[in-house]
Design a protein around this ligand. Structure first.
Ligand SMILES: NC(=O)c1ccc[n+]([C@@H]2O[C@H](COP(=O)([O-])OP(=O)(O)OC[C@H]3O[C@@H](n4cnc5c(N)ncnc54)[C@H](OP(=O)(O)O)[C@@H]3O)[C@@H](O)[C@H]2O)c1
Length: 284
């Protein structure tokens, strides 16, 4: 494969490294190309500025869009996902060998908040701009005319993204008193692994939910971390949530991804966080 990773960052770099190790040629695109390590070929470009995308390498066979917005604002989400993917698709128009596009979306497209199970067939009626813009971008991928796979990822954690661990260790984490809150997650290395799997999977479905095996209440994870860290359990707080972004509370289901043959490196938060707590696990 000759793969372009648009947004070679937290997930894109380990993905690129793994693909290079399998003998593929990988181009890692981001604004700060100095951050793209060998053996990836670094490309400096801004997805929000079409002129910078004019000289993409020829003969690309596969493209992964996994850029992340700079901040959680409607403008940033529109710029990165909607305009960014639109600009990239425009720049790819002349590529004759392009076989597949993988777009990393988010489980934020699901508005379900009452602990419902959601999968690829569940309704998507997001009330918040995060899910709305990502759905718009999914639509662009679906209408691109390129064979596409959308992977809806839940919260990504892993080396260097361990704020939950630190909040428990520092005693800052709190548990909301009145309600359980089901959370879903996926380890960075399973994001990279699942994308690599979907790049080469024969006859993939156009859509997969990318989460680990175990939706779990946030409080359960916090208490598990406290026990592993041998620190006090997070205190229970009765303070109301600040208004704004709706609290996620749903049970995301990875059956389709699993049945496609993907085997998780970290099937639940227990294996994933245990690896972060091991002596070398926390380094990026
Ligand atoms: N984090 C989560 O919990 C989560 C949950 C669900 C889905 N996702 C999705 O999963 C994907 C991978 O996540 P991630 O954490 O690896 O993302 P990330 O590290 O936040 O972003 C990846 C890279 O995108 C590049 N980028 C951003 N804007 C760009 C632009 N305009 N032009 C070119 N490059 C740009 C950034 O590099 P430069 O700054 O150098 O340009 C960054 O290193 C993203 O699409 C994200 O939306 C993430």
């Amino acid at each position: 494969m000759r793969v372009l990773i648009a947004g070679a960052g937290y997930v894109g770099i380990p993905l690129g490294r793994a693909l290079c190790a399998q003998g593929h040629v990988v181009f890692g695109l981001r604004r700060d190309a100095a951050e793209v390590p060998a053996p990836l070929c670094a490309l400096s470009a801004d997805l929000a500025r079409p002129a910078t995308l004019a000289a993409l390498p020829s003969g690309l066979t596969h493209v992964v869009f996994c850029a992340g917005a700079d901040e959680t604002s409607d403008a940033a989400y529109r710029r990165t996902y909607v305009e960014g993917l639109g600009n990239l698709l425009g720049a790819l128009a002349g590529q004759r060998e392009l076989a597949r596009l993988v777009f990393t979306s988010s489980t934020a497209v699901y508005a379900q908040q009452a602990g419902e199970s959601v999968d690829e067939l569940s309704p998507t009626t997001p009330a918040y701009f995060t899910g709305q813009r990502l759905l718009e971008a999914e639509e662009l991928a679906s209408n691109s005319g390129i064979e596409h796979v959308i992977l809806r990822l839940a919260g990504i954690y892993g080396p260097g993204r361990d704020s939950l661990v630190r909040s428990v260790r520092d005693g800052r984490a709190t548990i909301a008193a009145e309600r359980g809150q089901l959370t879903n997650r996926i380890h960075r290395d399973d994001c990279a692994g699942a994308i690599a799997h979907l790049l080469e999977l024969p006859q993939p479905e156009p859509l997969y939910v990318g989460v680990d095996d175990e939706p779990v209440e946030r409080a359960v994870v916090l208490r598990w971390l406290a026990a592993r860290l041998e620190v006090a359990e997070p205190r229970v707080s009765s303070q109301a949530e600040p208004p704004g972004r709706p609290t996620s509370n749903k049970r995301c289901c990875n059956t389709r991804l699993r049945e496609s043959g993907y085997e998780f490196l970290f099937p639940t938060y227990r294996e994933g966080y245990a690896s972060l707590l091991s002596p070398r696990g926390g380094s990026p």
